[in-house]
Structure formats: structure tokens, C-alpha cells
Design a protein around this ligand. Structure first.
Ligand SMILES: [Ca+2]
Ligand SMILES: [Ca+2]
Length: 515
């Protein structure tokens, strides 16, 4: 039995939308926006039902307090930089060419041709402020570009997660051969008050006690549960190791995903192999859960501060995780793949005067956030946005909606409808899963002739353009040619709607080189 899937919060009642005209708070003024992005947080949150054991009382409290839980949100890409670059510009990876963590969106001519989400709000009467990771970080000329150029006020994060380095790896595993941030977990050497996300949250708390002359657009980036899983011991102590339940794993799951020449496309990951050999599935799950409970406490600080502020009834709250995360499913940990665990991402939206405590199971995408927030705040939705405003869903979650696209790397796409996920890769490999019958995506139906029509319909949602990777990509072949199949460099700008004023503005900002 797999108790991990679809134990969807049963205590949430149906939605009876309140009347509210977009752009105005209940008292008639402009709405503020509080946007919280959590790094690598999957659906292991109480109100999302991804793990019945995880303890997230603060996020659950937000969910129960006139928020809509968007149960089936998809990320634009299943790793940080392309996901964030996409929802912050309103342009898909397949339009900007930003596919990997190594690619700074400022090096994509297309991405720089539009104002980013906070820039758009700043130019439309908002005071924009931020701390923590919102934009993906890049080293530029020896300095860190963390997107500080996009905000009116930006606070560099501090504190970190100090540990006793002599004890690394604290998990006791030999993690040689893994790729990415060290797969390790254990207690910090300081209490929570001295850790990074706690300090970031306290900065937001302080801001919420200020008087702002303009409406604010505040973005908080929370860094955990991104690896490494170092948080104060008290969070590990919240979970009894022996009673941890780990996800169901089918070890033959990858056998039915074959390339066009019949070879197995995917193997188990090095992390998975090492954790399995060490017998530490439960330890890894507990460490991830400990980090989530730490994140939940930090978010609790902010929610309490907002509740006790004068902005309580005129502030839209958006809370998201930037993509999903595997904890053993598909024989892997981490992210960057086109399966449900990596793509489905948490999203909670509270719009005072509009949303009521409710769940929406329609398929939406973070691409929809830029147009949705513009719409909610009474700003024109920029023509360039490739997502769509979900305000109709916030008013009526049962409204019929659309399939969604996720891209991971050059020419690898996933289309998700309510019933199906269709994946196709650059090498011609394809997959199809029926979520009504198989929510864990164990049975690849692509060879079943009964689904030909379904596949044809889903393929219609693939992007028209696959932009060549923008500078910074490790895709050497693409860098060598730096061209699309049609011979153009990057995406042809005439194919998307770019406001010339925006283009000029962005180039001016870039010219300042104010990293
Ligand atoms: Ca991330
Ligand atoms: Ca399978």
C-alpha cells in the first residue's frame, strides 16, 4: 500500500468565493504582495498530503485561513534556475533558452527583453523588496548576482547553517560519486535563531512593522529543504526514526522507459545506490522532514507578523516550492526529471476578499503567477507572459482548465493534463502515464495503441519553439552551433511579443552592471 499518495487534506471545505474586484483590497486600496519561495520543497506538507507524517502546522494554518491550495501545480522546469527564471520573466525555458542552473537569465537576450516580475511591479507603483534566494545565484565578474538588481530594496542573506566540519559527512555515508550539493544531514552547531532562513524571516518580520508609502511587493526566499540537510537538532528530534514511513519503490520501475533503439534510458542514481546500501532510506526521509519543519517554523514567524500587522487584510500571500523532489521514487533523490515527484510543486494562494479555504485540483503552472499577480493587483497583464491568469480559478476552482508544459533541458518536455502525463525527450524516448489509475507513474503506456489519440492531443501542447541554450549552458553541441534548427540564434524575437520600451529598459538596467 502506498499511503504517500493522494491523502488529500480532507478537512478542507468547498469554496464559496467572496466578491472582490481585482486590484483592490477590501478597504479599496491597492493590494500588497507577500511572495515566499521555498527551495526544493515538494508536496511533503500537511495540507498537500504528500507525506502524512510531516509536521507543518504553520503552512497548514495558512492553508486553512481563506487560502486556496493549488493541488496540481506544475513547475516550468524541474530545477531551480530554469524554473525561477521562467516564472520571474513570464517566459518559458523553451523561449529564453535558459535550461540549466549554469545559465544566468541576464545572458539570454530574450529573457532580458522583458521586465522581471518585481521590476514590473516596481514600475507600476509598487515598492519591491526581498531577501533570500528568489533569483538563481550566479558568479559574475567575481561577485554574486543574486538578482539584487531587480528590487528597490534587497537584503543579502546571512547566518548560514554552521556545523562541526570535522564530522562531515555527518550521515556516516561515503557519498563519493554523487552529483550536486553534498548529500549529507545532521545538526547545526548553532540554535535556530542564528540560522539563515530564521534571520531572513526576521528581516521580513521587521519590514512588516514598517509604514510603506506605496503598496509593497515583498519576496522572501527560504533556502531549506535544499541540501545539505543541516538544521538544528530540535527539528530532527521532532521525528522518531523507527516509525518513519518511506515511499513505495518499485525497483523495476525504469525498465519500461526505452529509447527508440530499445535501450533502457534511465538507471538508479548514485545517491539512491549509496543510501540503499547504507540502509538509510528512513534517515534521509527524516532529515528532509526535519528541514521542512524548520522551514515551517520560519514561515510561521512571517505569518504571525503579517497577522499582527496593519497589512493583514490587504496582502496577497503566495507560497511555493520551486519544483518537486524525489525521495527514492524512480530510484533517485533530488530533482531535474520529468516525472510527477519532480514536477508537481506546492502552491498556496491567499487573496483577501477573494479566496476561501479550499482546494483546486486543476492543472496550473508557475508560469501563471506573473499574469495572475498582475491581474490581482489591477495591473495590465504584459503581452509577453506565456502563462495565463488563474484568477478565474481563484474565484471558482471547479472551472474547466488547461494542460500544462514543463521543460527540463533542451527539447525534453512533459505535458500534464488532469488525467495524463506525456513525456518526450530529445532522443525520441516517450512516456505516457494515466494518473487516474497510476498516480505514481509506474506503468508507461506509450506502446499501448489505445492511447494513440491521447498522445496526439497532448503533443499539441508542446512548444512551437525550442530556443537554443543561452550562454552558460554546458550543452557543448548547442554552444558550438548556438543555433536553432532553423538557423536562427536563440528565439526569433519577432515570434514573441516584446514591448520595445521593456527591451530598452532592460538593456539600460543591464548596462548599469549593478550586480
Ligand atoms: Ca530549487
Ligand atoms: Ca515503470
Amino acid at each position: 500500500m502506498n499511503i504517500f499518495k493522494k491523502i488529500i487534506g480532507l478537512s478542507f471545505v468547498g469554496c464559496v468565493p467572496l466578491a472582490m474586484s481585482s486590484g483592490q483590497s477590501p478597504d479599496g486600496g491597492k493590494m500588497n504582495v507577500l511572495f515566499i519561495a521555498v527551495d526544493d520543497l515538494n508536496d511533503w506538507i500537511g495540507c498537500f498530503g504528500g507525506n502524512p507524517q510531516v509536521k507543518t502546522p504553520n503552512i497548514d494554518r495558512l492553508a486553512r485561513n481563506n487560502s486556496m491550495i493549488m493541488m496540481n501545480t506544475q513547475c516550468p522546469s524541474s530545477v531551480s534556475c530554469p524554473s525561477r527564471s521562467a516564472f520571474l520573466t513570464g517566459l518559458r525555458p523553451s523561449t529564453t533558452g535558459v535550461y540549466q542552473n549554469t545559465q544566468n537569465l541576464r545572458d539570454s537576450r530574450i529573457a532580458m527583453g522583458v521586465p522581471t516580475l518585481p521590476q514590473y511591479f516596481s514600475r507600476n507603483g509598487y515598492f519591491t523588496l526581498s531577501t533570500g534566494k528568489i533569483f538563481h545565484k550566479h558568479q559574475v565578474n567575481g561577485e554574486q548576482d543574486a538578482g539584487q538588481w531587480a528590487f528597490d530594496l534587497w537584503q543579502k542573506e546571512s547566518g548560514g547553517f554552521p556545523i562541526d566540519k570535522s564530522k562531515v559527512p555527518m550521515s556516516g555515508m561515503d557519498v563519493t560519486g554523487t552529483v550536486g550539493t553534498l548529500m549529507d544531514w545532521g545538526p547545526t552547531s548553532v540554535g535556530k535563531e542564528e540560522t539563515q532562513d530564521w534571520i531572513s524571516a526576521q528581516w521580513v518580520v521587521k519590514q512588516l512593522q514598517q509604514d510603506f508609502e506605496k503598496p509593497f511587493f515583498m519576496m522572501l526566499g527560504i533556502s531549506k529543504p535544499h541540501l545539505t540537510w543541516y538544521v538544528p537538532q530540535e527539528y530532527f528530534d521532532r521525528y522518531d526514526l523507527s516509525s518513519i514511513i518511506v515511499p513505495d519503490i518499485h525497483e523495476d520501475d525504469l525498465d519500461d522507459i526505452l529509447t527508440p533503439d530499445g535501450k533502457k534510458k534511465f538507471e538508479e542514481s548514485a545517491d539512491y545506490r549509496i543510501i540503499k546500501q547504507a540502509g538509510k532510506f528512513k534517515d534521509a526521509a527524516r532529515a528532509y522532514m526535519a528541514c521542512i519543519s524548520y522551514v515551517d517554523d520560519c514561515i510561521g514567524l512571517v505569518l504571525d507578523a503579517l497577522e499582527n500587522s496593519k497589512y493583514k487584510d490587504n496582502t496577497i500571500i503566495v507560497l511555493l516550492g520551486d519544483h518537486g523532489w524525489f525521495l527514492g521514487e524512480k530510484m533517485r533523490y533530488r530533482k531535474t526529471f520529468l516525472w510527477e515527484e519532480s514536477i508537481r510543486s506546492p502552491l498556496i494562494i491567499k487573496v483577501p476578499g477573494m479566496t476561501r479555504t479550499s482546494q483546486c485540483t486543476r492543472i496550473v503552472n508557475f508560469m501563471d503567477l506573473y499574469p495572475t499577480l498582475a491581474d490581482l493587483c489591477g495591473l495590465p497583464v504584459p503581452y509577453h507572459c506565456e502563462g495565463r491568469s488563474i484568477v478565474p480559478l481563484l474565484k471558482n476552482p471547479a472551472k474547466k482548465w488547461y494542460p500544462s508544459l514543463t521543460t527540463m533541458g533542451y527539447r525534453n518536455h512533459s505535458v500534464r493534463s488532469e488525467q495524463f502525463r506525456y513525456n518526450c525527450y530529445e532522443d525520441g524516448t516517450e512516456e505516457l502515464y494515466d494518473h487516474y489509475a497510476d498516480p505514481m507513474e509506474w506503468n508507461n503506456l506509450i506502446k499501448d495503441p489505445n492511447y494513440k489519440k491521447v498522445v496526439r492531443k497532448l503533443r499539441a501542447f508542446l512548444p512551437e519553439t525550442d530556443a537554443a541554450p543561452s550562454p552558460g549552458s554546458s550543452d557543448q553541441q548547442s554552444i558550438a552551433s548556438n543555433k536553432n534548427d532553423d538557423g536562427n540564434y536563440f528565439t526569433d524575437p519577432s515570434k514573441i511579443y516584446i514591448n520595445e520600451e521593456d527591451l530598452e529598459y532592460s538593456i539600460t538596467v543591464r548596462g548599469q552592471n549593478n550586480y
